[in-house]
Design a protein around this ligand. Sequence first.
Ligand code: ATP
Length: 503
Amino acid sequence: NLPDMDEIVSLCKRRGIIFPSSDIYNGYAGFFDYGPLGVELKKNLKDAWWKHFVTQREDVVGLDSSIIHNPTTWKSSGHLDGFSDPMVDCKETKLRFRADQIFFSPVVLEEDSSIVGYVCVQEANDEDMVKEATKQANVILKEKGMKGTKIKAFQFREVVEATEEEMSQIPSPASGKPTLTMPRDFNLMFETKVGATVDSDNVAYLRPETAQGIFINFKNVLGTSRQKIPFGIAQMGKAFRNEITPRNFIFRSREFEQMEVEYFIPPGDDVWPEYHQKWIDASKEFLSDVVGLREDLMGWDVHKGDKLAHYAQACTDVTFKFPFGEQELMGIAARGNYDLTQHTEGSGKNLEYYDEQTKERYIPHCIEPSLGVDRLMLAVICSAYAEDEVGGEKRSLLKFNPRIAPIKAAIFPLLKNKEQLVRVARDLFKQLSQRYNVMYDAAGAIGRRYRRADEVGIPFCITVDFETIEDNAGVTIRDRDSTEQIRLPIDEVIPYLSKAIDG
Ligand code: ATP
């Protein structure tokens, strides 16, 4: 019983979590701005990740590389030649097919170069599917008096309705030809120019992933951190992809953030499976125990055979049941030594590791857990969204785990015009705000204030009432999810919150 996407998008806007970018200019497809609550939630997710995978581990160190690298980086990594999504548009149905960058494998049905028609199938290696799609295409071609047209099938991984603007940009098919355009290869990297000259020599790219910044710093970190293999380098930061189908809100955008680790291990077919499993387990622990994603919405997708990138030994995706379907949330790949080998060749530098114990030299292999911050945030919001009834009244709330909740507590004086109540509440706010992002709210009936706090997912509401000041009876703390209240002496408030928030 997930809310639909329209509800999530409008809730995010109403509550100041996420706005369309450049909203006053009618937005900009694939870009988003994070509002007062969104920026806190995002920061908390990043902090929790950093703490879990860097600070609390002895074998992982951090890095913050530049977003624009020497462009040769992308030549070596293969992104310049291979980081593209082939796409096909259909003028008639106004659909845009995003083919698979790795598994794009056209099935030639007729050995003839004058192919003018394409059929799109979801599994190119499913013969029945290809046959059925071709049969249907032939029926259409016959109806149009185009029997005998040569057809080719290709595999797509996403089909979306194209916007008016996208449709207006595609070339019109010649008359009498089918309405599908030829598959066009589209490199996803954003180009920019560096420096003052305007020739093609100074073209550079915004990074499409944070991982390559790690590989090109492997030697620097190894030489300065006193780490020995196995060890990892972690990085989080912005990545940019000129996605051809930016859809589903922040799930697939053109500017987003990634949190990635490259965990370097010795080579050997008997070595990587154990580390791969460890990182799968660590990722699961982070997502369910630290972030608090609903377990019933999470799943696993183990890539096999032709679903694997050519250089990968294995890849397991953690999936999440978003309102628009079950999709990849993050990937945990065993990447072999592809990247360091490529950069060795590209740079001419020796990126080998010398193992003092075995006296061996080798190019390390690596395990790569890669998680999108924005995609995680969407999963968190969907997971936290809930509706229930309190005292016969409908309530809408966000059940954020206290650890990642944007606002940790709201402090209320029972009445806003009783100076003594206000003074104690203000004092408490000052104390708590040294440690946490908390809110002071004195406006309106207490029930309404509770409701407002629930809507933005504040886990605790602390009320200063007459018993606080007259009987020295402490404050009440109300739990968002159960709505139950307890009384606590004021000096026990911080330890109480800390237990729930800091773990
Ligand atoms: P997809 O198949 O959804 O395009 P991908 O397999 O290309 O994703 P990776 O290159 O493996 O993704 O990137 C690792 C992670 O980065 C993804 O699991 C996702 O969380 C995040 N990510 C990738 N592309 C985007 C995007 N356009 N918008 C938001 N997050 C993204």
